[in-house]
Write a protein that binds this ligand. Structure first.
Ligand code: ZN
Length: 64
């Protein structure tokens, strides 16, 4: 076992996703910047903000 990386970059590849720019599959991953998710391609310079909303939670009222 080697040393554990203390700081691991937040990078999550999207399985089966196709890059709209270079048309390659499995080359795009989600990157997190400034609290927002971006879809980035490792083959070309494609990147765009992730359009899907991040899990909307219903508002709850908390009576005191
Ligand atoms: Zn690409």
């Amino acid at each position: 076992m080697s040393e554990l990386p203390i700081k691991k970059p937040w990078r999550r590849f999207i399985a089966g996703a196709e890059c709209p720019s270079c048309n390659k599959t499995d080359t795009t991953y989600l990157d997190q910047r400034h609290g927002s998710e971006f879809r980035v391609c490792v083959r070309c310079e494609f990147e765009e903000p992730r359009l899907e909303p991040v899990e909307a939670e219903p508002l709850r009222f908390q009576p005191e």
